[in-house]
Write a protein that binds this ligand. Sequence first.
Ligand code: FES
Length: 205
Amino acid sequence: MVIAKPYHRIRKSNLRASPNVRNADGQDTNEAPPIQVGAGEETMNARSPWSEERAAAVIAANRHLRGALLPMLHALQEEFGCIDEEAIPLLARELNLSRADVHGVVSFYHEFRRSRPGRHTIKVCRAEACQSMNADGLIDHIRRRLKVDFHETTADDAFSLEPVFCLGNCALAPAVMVDETLHGRVSPARFDAIAASTLATEAAR
Ligand code: FES
């Protein structure tokens, strides 16, 4: 069963490249243009406040599915941004499981968050092609810059940092995805520019 979001299965037809990247003098640069995945809108993380009533509705909407626990967990995370502690007894009761059983599944899969994510999620590829293009050096830079490790959120709640294993952008390694936008050939300096631009776009809304 596939748990992680299947970025490696993103079809080329679903990827929309933005215009070529040019510098201030209008010349093409060596940087790969960002790629927008999905609807084309850069979206922030879902942050609906916890609601037992809403959680019960989400669980009910998935109870007909086979192996319903995982779809329920994904749907709850989609709705609230994480698996709230209060969701555990609801799931256990619905599926006739112990709370420990549900806890065990949630903690087994890194995909499920126990705390709310930052407003933006940064996913950094750790797979082979990116490793060969110094993804580790980039990751060190990002950790220092944001002052967080993987699976953590910055103090200002702006960014959560997550590892992924192949974003389907191997030819443009190292690759980073910020919310729904895929970036290739990301250097430390470029990462800083991407993070700054993400915050500037948010502030302009
Ligand atoms: S290895 Fe494929 S995008 Fe990093």
